[in-house]
Each structure stands twice: as structure tokens, then as C-alpha cells.
Design a protein around this ligand. Structure first.
Ligand code: NAD
Length: 518
């Protein structure tokens, strides 16, 4: 049996990278597999945030002045480093979250893919671009992509490696410095991911980390940076957006979801059921883009339900530091309490439990069985509230139209999944779903791993995008520099009335010239 190799000394050495400017209260970090205290982290203060931002700001100009290819080379080396040193990253992510090795591996893969993508695509996207000038031939207009300055990143605990660094990579590539506030529960995973980036050649001052609570360090960070990238709950996201609004800085908010999965009448029920398992229970359902509502056409409902329930019951729960288990632990007592509360409320109000429905303290203190419910109605809390656990509800629908309507009947709009026999038909249905990403014949991985394409939510699921061109360019200010030669763009020596007549004629004439000749 594989045992993790992260000792107390290693954890302490990683904490040395935190910005702490004085004696601080300590916050316990719990190891979810056992419920024991793993370590403690300092509860940072505004003074720590001040120091971190100051250090980051001092380092950023020299970094921004380095050729973009040099910055991209750091990302390239990082991708290799993360893959080579994955064992410790997997250990650390499992230790702090209780997830399975496979779920932890998805994080490593994501970081490596994101780093490689931006190392390849970034330099072109950041190249200054000539645009059509005010007076063709006489105005030379160029758009430069200037870095924002210091980017604040606030991350949740569910994907502690990915969400700590994958958004930092494009920010750094664009010439910014970064200050990260990781989740209290998973600070060491973030510190390890950052340490590897420094090993890959990033000047350490450019990436500062402050540990502590969201209310103090997170909020303090928003007040001091030039851009904030927040991932977490909708409630905290609103508060970040309000603060960012007051500071007049831009932000991206990647928030919660209550993601629908649709099974159309021409889908193979067995294939769709197996796909729905991967869509519903990754990371024990603690994934913002995993499924919680399944709308299944009545013509395939029964065979789908039978296959889905059987496959759910077959899932192996486990707490080992090796590959094998299908479903890991919930991250905390609070997560377990929320999942139990949602399921108990649904059952009390008449829902049927088709699979699961109970905690498994025999495996670990926060384990909960993958759970399938039927007969869920609007009075039940989990009907429209995000559970963020291994609990899904099945709903038979009479038509594809009804499935689309019910999928869209949600305050959220993050991710959706459509299962169809005819892929083209599936694609047409996908386009009608009000979510930032929709996967056809996949749960979430196809759109998430398409790192060249934007990813994010609409409505209560957030603002802005990660991945794709937007995921890099959001960390830049477009700056337009226009150089005028020959005539000036004003009336000059002409009387204003003559100038106005001339300009009217010129604009009319210009509008007749085809776009490509202007
Ligand atoms: P959370 O909002 O409680 O915390 C997220 C981070 O924000 C933590 O670092 C926390 O300390 C900090 N924070 C909390 N309140 C803050 C405030 N007022 N100001 C600034 N920072 C604050 O969320 P969580 O419980 O850690 O994560 C679970 C939630 O995150 C779920 O709703 C899930 O759907 C969402 N999530 C979304 C995505 C996405 O990409 N859309 C990805 C992962 C998780």
C-alpha cells in the first residue's frame, strides 16, 4: 500500500513562503481522511496583505520588461516540472481535501495543459496589434496589451492545486505579479504548486501568498490589487464584486452551479448512464461543473434509471493514497452536514432514495455515499440550491422542449451536459441551454479541457471567463497609441463651417470604400 510522503517538516518549510509580518493567530488544517489536525496556518491580517502587494508591485516592472518569450519559457518548464513531480502534488491535494488520487491527478493534468497552452498561444495574443487609423495612411494606430499590475487571486478548496495556479499562469505571462489567497483548508497545496513554479524559474517575489480567512485577507486583497480573479461561492462572489466596484477594478467571478444533464429520446440509455456517473460524482460531487439535476426523456427513463442506479451502487468509496477508489471523502464536517441536511430535507418532504443516502463513518469521518433521488419537488432545498456533494435528482420529462425549459429554469448558468444519439441534434439542443459551457456526450471534461476556449458562467454562476484568449487578455489593459502625421484632425486654418462641409463629404466618400481598402 502506498503511503504519502508529506511530513511535518515539509509542511513547515512550505509555510516559510507565506507573507507573515508578525505574530498571528493559528488556524487548524484538518486532514479529511482521518479528521485529525494536519497542521496550522497563520490567520493573515491587512498588514500581511499590504506587505505582499508591496513586494509584488516592486517586482513586477522588471518582469513585465522581460521578453514575453522568456516569460512563456517559465510556463513551459513548469508544465514539465508539475508532471515530473506529480507524486507530491497528488499526496498534498489528497491530504488536504480527502479526494481520490484520480481526482487529484485531474488537477495536475489541468495545470500542465493550461501552462502549455498559454506558453504556446500567449506570446501571439500579447503582441501589439495595428488597427485602422482615424485618417487612413496618416494615422498609425497600435493597440498594446499592458499588464494590469498586481492581480489578486482568491481560491476555493475543492481543486486546491488547479485553482491556486491555473489562473495565476496567464496573469504572470501577461507581465503581472500575483498575490494569492488560497482557501484556509488547502494552503499547503497552493504553496507547493507555487514552489514548483519558482523552481521552474519564476522570480519568487512575483507570486506572493497570504493565508487566512476570506473576510479579512480575501476582502483586504480586493481593496489593494489592480484586478481580482475570484473562484468560490455565489454569496462570497457578490461581496467581492461589490468591493471591486468600490475600488473601480475589474474582476472575474467563477461561482456556483446547479448543473443540468439532459438525456434525449435517441440516446443509448446505458452509454448515457455511464457518462452521467462521471458527470455527477467526480471529487465526490464537490466540483462546480458537476451535475446535480438529470432530465431524462420518458421513452428512455426506466432503462437509464436502472443502469444509473446500478452503476452508482457499484462505485468504490475509499481513502487510500493510491489510484483505485472511485469516490473520496467530503472535504469537511461542514460539507457533510450540508449534504446530510439537503438529503434529509428532501426525504422528509417525500423524495425517494434510489441509491446511497447515508454517511459512511466506517470509511472516514466525512464520507457520504453517492446518492440518487427521485420525486424531488420545488419545496425541497436541493431542488434549486447547489448541494456541492455526491447527490443528484432524476426527473422524467415528456419532451426535449420540456428538458430544455427545465434545464434553463435556474438562477445559475455554469455547465450543462446533453446526451444524444444524433450528435448534431445534441449540439443544437446545447446551443439553447443558458450556460457558459455545454458538453455533448460528455459531462464536463470536454469543455473544461478545451483550454483554448473560454470557460465560465452566466447569471448567478459568475462574470468573465478563464481559459481561451479571454483567460489571458482579461489580465491586460488594452492601450491605444495613435501617431498622427501630415494633417491634424481639426479644422486647422479653415473656417469651421468649411471644415465641417469637407469632413461630411469625406466621411460619406469613405463609407463607399469597401472595408478592406480603408
Ligand atoms: P467560498 O466562497 O466560501 O470561499 C472561496 C474563497 O473565497 C476562499 O478562499 C475564502 O476564504 C474566500 N472568501 C470567502 N468570503 C470572502 C469574502 N467575503 N471576500 C473575499 N474572499 C472571501 O467557497 P468554497 O466553499 O471554498 O467553495 C465552494 C464554492 O465554490 C461552490 O459554490 C462552488 O460551486 C464554487 N466553485 C466554483 C468554481 C468555478 O469555476 N465556477 C470552481 C470551484 C468552486
Amino acid at each position: 500500500m502506498y503511503e504519502h510522503r508529506v511530513g511535518a517538516n515539509r509542511l513547515a518549510s512550505l509555510r516559510e513562503d507565506l507573507v507573515v509580518t508578525g505574530e498571528r493567530e493559528q488556524l487548524d488544517v484538518i486532514e479529511p481522511f482521518s479528521g485529525d489536525v494536519l497542521a496550522s496556518i497563520p490567520a493573515g491580517t491587512e498588514a500581511d496583505v499590504d506587505a505582499a502587494v508591496e513586494r509584488a508591485r516592486a517586482a513586477r516592472t522588471a518582469w513585465a520588461n522581460r521578453p514575453v518569450e522568456e516569460r512563456a519559457a517559465v510556463l513551459e518548464r513548469y508544465a514539465e516540472r508539475v508532471l515530473d513531480d506529480q507524486a507530491e502534488l497528488l499526496d498534498m491535494a489528497q491530504l488536504e481535501t480527502g479526494k481520490t488520487r484520480r481526482d487529484a491527478f485531474e488537477e495536475v493534468l489541468d495545470v500542465a495543459q493550461t501552462a502549455t497552452h498559454y506558453a504556446d498561444a500567449g506570446p501571439d495574443l500579447l503582441t501589439s496589434e495595428r488597427r485602422r487609423g482615424a485618417l487612413p495612411g496618416l494615422t498609425k494606430t497600435t493597440v498594446h496589451r499592458q499588464p494590469k499590475g498586481v492581480v489578486g487571486i482568491i481560491a476555493p478548496w475543492n481543486y486546491p492545486v488547479t485553482l491556486a495556479v491555473s489562473d495565476a499562469l496567464p496573469a504572470l505571462l501577461a507581465g503581472n505579479a500575483v498575490v494569492l489567497k488560497p482557501a484556509e483548508e488547502t494552503t499547503h497545496s497552493a504553496l507547493l504548486a507555487r514552489r514548483l513554479l519558482v523552481d521552474a524559474g519564476l522570480p519568487p517575489e512575483l507570486f506572493q501568498v497570504v493565508s487566512g480567512t476570506g473576510e479579512r485577507v480575501g476582502a483586504g486583497l480586493v481593496d489593494r490589487v489592480d484586478y481580482v480573479c475570484f473562484t468560490g461561492s455565489t454569496e462570497a462572489g457578490r461581496s467581492v464584486a461589490e468591493r471591486a466596484g468600490r475600488a473601480l477594478i475589474d474582476c472575474s467571478l467563477e461561482l456556483g452551479g446547479k448543473n443540468p444533464l439532459l438525456v434525449l429520446d435517441d440516446a443509448d440509455p446505458e452509454t448515457a448512464a455511464n457518462g452521467a456517473i462521471r458527470a455527477s460524482f467526480p471529487n465526490a460531487g464537490q466540483l462546480c461543473i458537476s451535475t446535480e439535476r438529470l432530465y431524462v426523456h420518458e421513452s428512455v427513463y426506466e432503462p437509464f434509471r436502472d443502469a444509473f442506479v446500478a452503476a452508482t451502487e457499484d462505485l468504490d468509496l475509499g481513502s487510500g493514497f493510491e489510484f483505485g477508489a472511485d469516490v473520496g471523502s467530503l472535504q469537511s464536517a461542514a460539507q457533510l452536514e450540508k449534504v446530510e441536511r439537503h438529503v434529509d430535507d428532501a426525504v422528509e418532504k417525500g423524495a425517494d432514495v434510489l441509491a446511497g443516502g447515508r454517511a459512511r463513518p466506517d470509511i472516514g469521518p466525512f464520507f457520504y455515499e453517492p446518492t440518487v433521488l427521485e420525486g424531488v419537488t420545488p419545496e425541497m432545498t436541493l431542488y434549486d440550491e447547489e448541494t456541492f456533494g455526491p447527490v443528484v435528482s432524476l426527473f422524467p420529462v415528456h419532451s426535449v422542449e420540456e428538458a430544455i425549459e427545465r434545464a434553463n429554469d435556474s438562477p445559475y448558468g455554469l455547465n450543462a451536459s446533453v446526451w444524444a444519439g444524433d450528435r448534431d441534434r445534441g449540439e443544437r439542443v446545447a446551443e439553447r441551454i443558458d450556460c457558459g459551457t455545454v458538453n455533448v456526450n460528455e459531462g464536463y471534461a470536454a469543455s473544461w479541457a478545451s483550454v483554448d476556449a473560454p470557460m465560465g458562467g452566466v447569471d448567478d454562476s459568475g462574470i468573465g471567463r478563464r481559459h481561451g484568449d479571454d483567460g489571458l487578455l482579461k489580465y491586460t489593459e488594452p492601450q491605444t497609441v495613435a501617431v498622427q502625421r501630415g494633417v491634424r484632425i481639426d479644422s486647422g486654418p479653415l473656417p469651421d463651417a468649411v471644415w465641417a462641409r469637407l469632413m461630411t463629404g469625406a466621411v460619406k466618400l469613405l463609407s463607399q470604400v469597401p472595408e478592406r481598402f480603408r
